[in-house]
Write a protein that binds this ligand. Structure first.
Ligand SMILES: [Zn+2]
Length: 157
């Protein structure tokens, strides 16, 4: 298992990428033309998903590319914690930088709330109406429709 992790870290060192998404959430990914290698990597690190990259498919010398990506914060942290002992200084520094950015984003966020419609927990946007919180535009729209339907039912009585 230790050998596997050392191997995965070596691969990540060469082909991996650490980046951040919305609210500085850490994202890690890795893309290669060898599907079996990407699949083995996913097994070793235990998290993430693999998709085929389609963007070069139209080109004459197209080689199929496979991309492993991990976006769930606890999974990203778990993978990084296990790979870190084998990573070089540049990757470690990058990870520290991403963690600091995430900590700062969390510190400035409004507390987590549950969606007024579906109950899912999320971090609301500062500009959002504070009385009712919706996790998505879809939930907000659906809640509005429900209110409208309820109004129609009342009117029909
Ligand atoms: Zn919702």
């Amino acid at each position: 298992m230790t050998d596997d992790l050392a191997w995965a870290a070596g691969l990540f060192e060469g082909e991996g990428c650490i980046t951040r998404g919305r609210n500085s959430l850490p994202i890690i990914h890795l893309a290669m033309t060898d599907r079996d290698v990407v699949e083995r990597f996913a097994v070793v690190v235990r998290h993430g998903t693999i998709v085929e990259l389609a963007k070069y498919r139209e080109r004459p010398h197209y080689q199929r590319q496979w991309r492993w990506a991990c976006q769930r914060e606890e999974h990203v942290r778990d993978v990084m914690a296990r790979l870190l002992p084998w990573l070089g200084n540049r990757r470690r520094a990058r990870w520290e930088e991403i963690l600091a950015a995430r900590a700062e984003a969390v510190a400035t966020m409004i507390d987590r709330v549950s969606c007024s419609r579906c109950g899912r927990f999320f971090y609301p946007d500062r500009t959002q109406n504070r009385r009712q919180h919706f996790c998505s535009v879809a939930c907000q729209r659906e809640a509005r429709n429900e209110t409208r339907r309820a109004g129609v039912v009342r009117a029909a009585r």
